[in-house]
Design a protein around this ligand. Structure first.
Ligand SMILES: O=C[C@H](O)COP(=O)(O)O
Length: 255
């Protein structure tokens, strides 16, 4: 599976209901249809319950549709689980793995993340690996290396992956991580990912919205560190507002 060169996406987490999801999808379709690129370079990671509808509405525009989770278990007697084969068959091309909210609220461990990455990649779904340090001031590399290893120990070196750098302290915060900090970590992440043989994209998430990508790109240019500029941004709350998501898509495309 290939990945777009630039990737700007949204995980609406569990903010949507049946009604608001329909309005959100309608607004995205409407906004994307007004752009020459339509859904190129755009991705969404939806609750599994919205996957089929999201694929139906967004995939024809070229949006890459994925999920926020994937079962670590195969097809079988695992009540409540959404196995990777099922998700892939419904059109999922991405699955988020390792989000701090999965750790905090659902007790997921690096072993679970590894098993989920294996299941996703085995079904042809690219894992979106969420990595980042838990506290401001912590050494990102010390935390990120084992997070990457937990997944990379389970999937082939040529499997496509998206790595979302999301420092936990910047998720659901008043503002994103400082642009210079993001540039430093993303540049190092690209070095850590250099031995991957398949497509790899690096995006930034954590209170991102309109203005975030432009600020990081400006910091990367000012530092003479183009490798520190991520391939896109990954929105949570700000993207639940379709206008905010569309504005961010336009910004990334024009930066
Ligand atoms: O996956 C998305 C991130 O957790 C970002 O969420 P946020 O933009 O609401 O901070």
């Amino acid at each position: 599976m290939s990945l777009p060169a630039t990737m700007v996406g949204c995980s609406p987490k569990s903010y949507l209901t049946a009604d608001t999801a329909e309005r959100w999808l309608d607004a995205l379709v409407d906004g994307l249809k007004r752009t020459p690129e339509q859904g190129e370079g755009v991705f969404v990671c939806l609750p599994a319950a919205l996957l089929a509808r999201g694929v139906e509405m967004l995939a024809p525009l070229g949006v890459v549709v994925g999920t926020q989770d994937v079962s670590a278990h195969p097809v079988g007697a695992f009540t409540g689980e959404d196995n990777a084969e099922l998700l892939a068959g419904l059109g999922a091309r991405l699955a988020m793995i390792g989000h701090p909210e999965r750790v905090r609220y659902f007790g997921e461990t690096p072993e679970v993340f590894g098993a989920k990455a294996r299941a996703a990649a085995g079904a042809g779904i690219a894992p979106v690996l969420i990595v980042g340090e838990p506290e401001r001031g912590a050494d990102p590399e010390r935390i990120i290396r084992p997070q990457l290893d937990a997944a990379f120990g389970e999937i082939a070196a040529d499997a496509p992956v998206v790595v979302a750098y999301e420092p936990t302290w910047a998720i659901g915060a008043a503002e994103p991580a400082p642009p210079a900090h993001v540039v430093g970590v993303v540049a190092r992440l690209r070095e850590l990912l250099a031995d991957r043989r398949g497509p790899v994209r690096v995006v930034y998430g954590g209170s991102a919205g309109p203005g975030t990508y432009a600020a990081i790109a400006a910091a990367g240019r000012a530092a003479g560190a183009p490798s520190g500029i991520p391939d896109g941004v990954f929105l949570g709350r700000a993207g639940v507002d379709a206008a905010g998501f569309l504005a961010t898509i336009a910004e990334v495309r024009s930066t």
